[in-house]
Design a protein. Structure first.
Length: 116
């Protein structure tokens, strides 16, 4: 990961940690879950394990939609977004996958004006 990306990632984690986890350092999975909740827009509900996995999937699809891998297809009657796969993801090593998702997360929060 290049130094600019590392700095942006560190700053984003610090801001999210301050805003959402009482200054306890938030991890990658929690950030992805927050994005999924934001995209779903159902903050007051309790979710079972299966629904939590679906929320993570929503976030990943949303994050990778900016790269052309997914496209929002429709939102169902319960308000859940459904994405279709446009293009298969390239075969990436685990470290490369992490870098791609971190870049996508930074892009997501920049586009929402949460960070500069």
């Amino acid at each position: 990961m290049n130094s600019e990306l590392k700095i942006k990632w560190t700053n984003l984690k610090a801001k999210l940690s301050k805003d959402f986890s009482d200054d306890q350092l938030i991890d990658l999975d929690a950030i992805i879950f927050l994005i999924g909740l934001q995209e779903l827009g159902q903050f007051q509900k309790k979710f079972n394990k299966q629904k939590k996995l679906e929320i993570l999937h929503i976030a990943v699809c949303k994050l990778l939609s900016d790269y052309g891998y997914y496209q929002l297809e429709y939102i169902d009657q319960e308000g859940w977004p459904h994405y279709k796969l446009n293009e298969n993801l390239p075969n990436l090593k685990p470290g490369e996958q992490t870098i791609l998702i971190k870049k996508a997360i930074i892009n997501y929060f920049e586009k929402s004006n949460y960070i500069d």
